[in-house]
Design a protein around this ligand. Structure first.
Ligand SMILES: [Zn+2]
Length: 509
């Protein structure tokens, strides 16, 4: 082929391409309202890739990710109202007014959708850990810094009203080797950790060596507040964002016998006589066999991914099946807004325990339990290689135009039929998942009932999980849509099976 012909061919190809681009741009003006073309390339406002509805699945087009997203926003607003009432420890916190507001909100949505038998089942709580206020400051004499990102580990002990002042000790990652030769007794230990690292047991090491306070720095970019589960030490314990954490570390450089001092003041209460609730609604079917769809209502901060997204998914399923005549609904669908589990420890998950205690009555004829928990999270990369700003590596969590793969469980080894249904549904609707299922449900509320019900759960727990950056924007509507459509497909396929194909004696699991 002569070079001339090659050039002509290349030009022709280029012209063809340009023509195609022009056509697309022109049509996009006309079709800007069209769902099918709604992504950033055309609209410039919404970056997310949307999985097209496969042939034969047109009915699931009624499950709408944008509407679910609005429900996520409304739940985040409940959290923010609670925060704006002056609650430093905020979210949809079990036992508080934000819990009650979330239950009322869910009742309203259930009624709007037209569920029957909608009611709130109140549940008594043991005294709840509720920190009233806290403040952490570090000082070298020359400079003082308020650690804005300090967030107490759940159930952390407080200090007296005068607070405590302690020497700072830097222990790196906090492994045993890091503590070697360091005297931490009566001091404040600062240890550093990164999502993805194995635990170095820094808090335990600090506790065993007599530390008087423990700080664990999350080294993700920014200065996120991260709410940790109980620290396992009986001294005040906090997480810190990386900007605060690195600042403290740098203050220790060259300090020698004059380490920085940290001042901690935290007022903690255990509040008795609070209540939480299960929120129920149902759609009677053609038989009294049941399928349960549940989602926990509680969460820290905006709690958008964990678990406004799951509640939104549950609502979209309720709405989808409410539009189908009762005679065509093979089984009765029961929806439960669970209290949740973030009030970890003794007396937590009262709703889940109640379900387990009443399992014979509730799950005798149950073909499936779907627990909707964190079904959509924006795909992220931390400090993406070669992304630069002003010549320096970009210190940020970068967002992608899609959603994260989820961990998943679908009935476990004893139900290969349910696993196959689930995997096919995930594939059909573009739900990104890990290749390998979890042996038992990923952490969450299915854990209470999966031993005696056929359960399905998909969940994601990544960079924004349990942080104050877990805003509605971290929940792509496209992922909500994909997961929820897949759940509906799973329900419909399970309805083609007999109870006996799914139920297993508890002891066989
Ligand atoms: Zn959760």
């Amino acid at each position: 082929m002569s070079s001339m012909t090659l050039l002509t061919k290349k030009l022709a190809k280029l012209l063809k391409f340009l023509f195609a681009v022009c056509l697309l741009s022109a049509s996009s003006l006309v079709m800007a309202q069209d769902d099918a073309l709604d992504n950033a390339y055309w609209s410039g406002s919404d970056p997310y890739l949307r999985w097209p509805l496969p042939p034969g699945a047109e009915q699931y087009g009624r499950i709408d990710g944008r509407q679910m997203y609005d429900w996520v926003v409304e739940q985040a607003e409940i959290s923010r109202r609670y925060r704006d009432q002056g609650n430093q420890f905020w979210g949809r916190i079990i036992g508080t007014s934000s819990d009650a507001e979330s239950a009322d909100w869910l009742v309203d949505r259930f009624n709007e959708i037209g569920l029957s038998n909608v009611y709130i089942q109140p549940l008594d709580l043991l005294p709840q850990w509720l920190p009233q206020s806290w403040e952490v400051t570090v000082s070298t004499g020359a400079q003082t810094r308020k650690l804005e990102s300090a967030q107490p580990f759940y159930a952390s002990v407080g200090t007296g009203s005068d607070g405590i002042e302690l020497d700072v000790v830097y222990v790196g990652l906090g492994s045993e080797a890091d503590f070697e030769g360091k005297d931490v007794r009566g001091k404040a230990v600062f240890a550093y950790t990164m999502l993805g690292l194995p635990s170095m047991n820094a808090r335990r090491h600090a506790g065993e060596r007599g530390a008087a306070a423990v700080f664990e720095v999350e080294m993700l970019p920014g200065n996120m507040k991260f709410q940790g589960y109980p620290s396992g030490v009986d001294v005040p314990a906090f997480t810190l964002g990386s900007e605060d954490g690195f600042a403290v570390r740098d203050m220790t450089v060259g300090a020698g016998l004059n380490p920085p001092k940290v001042t901690v003041k935290m007022d903690v209460e255990r509040v008795p006589n609070l209540q939480t609730a299960l929120v129920w609604g149902s759609l009677p079917g053609a038989t009294d066999e049941t399928i349960y769809i549940m989602a926990h209502r509680d969460g820290w901060f905006d709690a958008s991914g964990d678990n406004a997204s799951g509640v939104a998914s549950m609502l979209a399923l309720a709405q989808y099946y409410a539009a189908i005549p009762q005679a065509e609904r093979q089984r009765t669908l029961i929806f439960i807004g669970l209290d949740g589990h973030h009030n970890t420890g003794e007396g937590s998950t009262v709703g889940g325990r109640w379900l387990a205690d009443n399992r014979e009555e509730l799950f005798d004829k149950t073909a499936l339990v779907i627990n909707a928990e964190h079904p959509s999270t924006v795909q992220t990369q931390v400090r993406a290689r070669y992304l630069r700003e002003g010549g320096e590596p970009k210190d940020e969590i970068s967002w992608a135009n899609t959603y994260m793969p989820q961990q998943w469980y679908a009935g476990g080894n004893s139900r290969p039929n349910l696993e196959a249904i689930a995997v096919n549904a995930f594939r059909e609707f573009g739900v990104s998942i890990l290749l390998e299922p979890n042996d038992v449900p990923p952490a969450g509320d299915l854990g209470r009932v999966y031993r005696f019900t056929p359960g399905v759960a998909t969940s994601e727990f990544f960079h924004y999980f349990h942080t104050d950056m877990e805003t509605p924007e971290t929940v792509p509507w496209t992922g909500l849509e994909a997961s929820t459509r897949a759940y509906a497909r799973i329900i419909d396929r399970v309805n083609e099976l007999e109870l006996g194909d799914l139920q297993r004696p508890e002891e066989q699991l």
